[in-house]
Write a protein that binds this ligand. Sequence first.
Ligand code: NAP
Length: 460
Amino acid sequence: MSIQTINPATNKVIKSFDEMTDSTVDSAVGKATKAFDDWKHTSYEVRAKLLHKVASLMRAKKESLAQMITLEMGKLIAQAEGEILLSADIFDYYATHGATFLADKVLAPEHGTALIRYSPIGVLFGVEPWNFPFYQVARFAAPNIMIGNTILVKHASLVPQCGIAIEELFLEAGSPKGLYTNLLISGKRASALVSDKRIKGVSLTGSEAAGASLASEAGKYLKKSVLELGGSDAFIILEDADIDKTVDWAIIGRINNNGECCIASKRFIAVEAIADEFLKKFTDKMALLKVGDPMHKDTDLGPLSSEDAAVQIVQQIDRAVKGGAKIILGGKRVDSEGAFVQPTILTNIQSDNPVYYEELFGPVATFYRVKDEQAAIELANDSPFGLGGSIFTQDIARGERLANQIDTGMVFINHPTWTQADLPFGGTKGSGYGRELSELGIDEFVNKKLIRVSNLDDPF
Ligand code: NAP
């Protein structure tokens, strides 16, 4: 089968690639295993040098890499450039801090001495999504290469050129062959690889269905897994919020990356006192968004990543309306070629509406009006997901008190859920388990070995 680059702004096929055969994949796993035998003995300095080099190459090629992202999945070009810089920051971050994070941790047992020593576990297999083609890979690859593991990545079929480009960056940076390998295979073949004895851990960022498929294989073969799955972040607006500034963040929270972010603000929950004002201002600003070519710097909202994604989200809107939702804005495809969908706001969604518990992966906001802060928290927590969430209030102590009650992996006060190299990222409930980024992100695929020295004369 072939894997294709299809420009979602035109729905035209740009390039086709043959999938790797089973024997090519087998040989790639063999090379990654061989590379591990050497890489695990390299010093942190050698590993850091490689990661810094990858970062500097990314920055040097920022424009061309960003264009590749925009071409393959429709991200606005300025945001694509931002993604390349963020990815480079992640490589630099682990190169700079990795050795400190991985230094021996000396313990203080009752008798003798003990320490924890960190060591790599081997070849890791990562399955990555199309929505941040460089950043998602950076989160997985950078800490693990610093640890001394070697990496196989099966990237999303929508972004084959980005997947290939990342492997090329590693080779250009001087990476040994087999240290980082891009596997050009479809999702259907990914989970079968987990049983390979040479693969020691797996990580997936994507949908719950794909995560469950990969993780159940990992469980069967007793391998560690990390899952970063979907989200339906609540964006809570309290009566003391600065409404104008909050509306600006609400727009960014919903439409960043054309609305295709796991941590996008998806459910807007306003307390009664300011609900009308927020909804009016939010609707007015959403209506002004300029939808169009993602390569143009003045476009606010590009296409969805594919025609399928556009069809799917409009079907979700239709199901929501059949279930009683009201469309305040948008709700349809844009009348042009490409996978464009209008900025949309839905209200009147009750818990029996089919989309109430679903993730809306596109520029579609759902709006809820609640009596007070307690009702806002209850609604925020009434979700199968537990990724992020935001609270807008001028009273930070109140925001922190409410953050304690939100059942997610991340809560942001006065900002949509966001990401940077030195902050941990990950969820609870249906949003997965494990953490990426920050010091926590280097802690997943590493053997924390206890080394205990006893005195022969210590009591039994
Ligand atoms: P997806 O279909 O699950 O695709 C993600 C990756 O999984 C792709 O590489 C895909 O390959 C692969 N895949 C598909 N089926 C698989 C299977 N049965 N076994 C193993 N791998 C399989 O996800 P998507 O719908 O494209 O991406 C959007 C989802 O990702 C959203 O739910 C979003 O919230 C989530 N996401 C989460 C995070 C986070 O950090 N929590 C970040 C970004 C996105 P193919 O492309 O070849 O099908």
